[in-house]
Design a protein around this ligand. Structure first.
Ligand code: BV8
Length: 237
């Protein structure tokens, strides 16, 4: 029984994707882009090549996303994961999301596998840039290079600390919970294989079964904002 496996778990590893933020009103990459962004492919915009090809366009897209995320709230799914962290001996939350909503819901020690939407970095050096002038494309005060959003683009390496800590967690956990992700983007999608090989119970919660659903011990189809509170509240009983 899933509830018993969760109750008996010593170390839970949770991996979340854009589906966890969907009920807060944050569109997923695979949802049709909204409004003027409908004609752009996020997989093109979210690349270093896309940025260098048109820095003002990519900045407009990220500023639009920052504005959108700053106006939404964490949903019951985010809050349920924050509550789960209090109910189990150890929980490590790895998120592919860049919206910071897990932290706003009270989750601690979140590993941001793909960076954070609200951080700015120097394009050339990678260092964090605190100031954000309103220029169309901010420039690094240190070296004059473009400033870029502090997210991981397609074709870019995952930050080493996040990568190592996430794979170590997957290898150590005894329950792996994948929520709201299509499990199509690597290397994040490879975490569950490490957990499974280490003997962990694996669980998928997704709006509809992903193409990998049959490789999980449990696969629950439905909204994370409904299924997570149900699951976690059943623990508290
Ligand atoms: C890298 C930040 C190498 C940017 C993002 C094999 C191994 C390694 C790499 C690759 C590989 N094969 C291919 C690659 C390359 C590539 C990749 O995986 N491509 C895919 C398209 C095949 N990977 C990379 O480029 C990665 N880097 O490997 O570097 C390297 C090594 C050394 C040196 C140099 C290079 C970097 C990938 C990171 C890309 N950045 N985000 C930004 O946000 O702007 S990824 C971005 O897209 C999201 O973070 C998310 O992770 C991903 C998918 O987006 P979504 O579709 O929105 O979300 P998701 O897939 O999670 O799907 C949503 C799910 O939710 C759906 O299933 C839906 O049914 C469900 N859902 C919806 N509503 C709900 C719900 N579920 C529950 N409740 C609901 N209410």
């Amino acid at each position: 029984m899933l509830r018993d496996a969760l109750r008996d778990a010593r170390h839970v590893c949770v991996l979340t994707g854009a589906g966890v933020s969907a009920e807060s009103g944050v569109p997923t990459f695979r949802d049709a882009q909204q409004g003027l962004w409908a004609k752009y492919d996020p997989h093109q915009l979210a690349t270093p090549e896309g940025f260098l090809d048109n820095p003002p366009l990519v900045w407009r897209w990220y500023r639009w996303r920052r504005e959108l995320v700053s106006q939404v709230e964490p949903n019951p799914g985010h809050h349920a994961l924050a509550k789960l962290q209090e109910l189990v001996p150890r929980l490590t939350l790895v998120t592919q999301n860049v919206d910071g909503l897990h932290q706003r819901a009270g989750s601690n020690d979140v590993i941001e596998f793909h960076g954070n939407l609200f951080v700015n970095r120097c394009f050339a050096e990678g260092c964090v840039i605190d100031k954000d002038d309103d220029a169309t494309v901010p420039t690094c005060p240190g070296c004059g290079s473009h400033v870029r959003p502090g997210v991981v683009w397609f074709g870019e390496a995952i930050p080493e600390a996040a990568l190592n800590e996430s794979f170590a967690t997957a290898a150590d956990c005894d329950l792996f919970l994948s929520v709201g992700t299509s499990s199509l983007v690597f290397p994040a999608a490879g975490l569950v294989d490490v957990a499974r090989d280490a003997g962990a119970v694996t669980v998928e919660i997704n709006l509809e079964p992903t193409e990998h659903a049959d490789t999980f011990d449990y696969a629950l189809a439905g909204k994370s904002g409904e299924l997570l509170p149900e699951l976690i509240n059943s623990l508290a009983i």
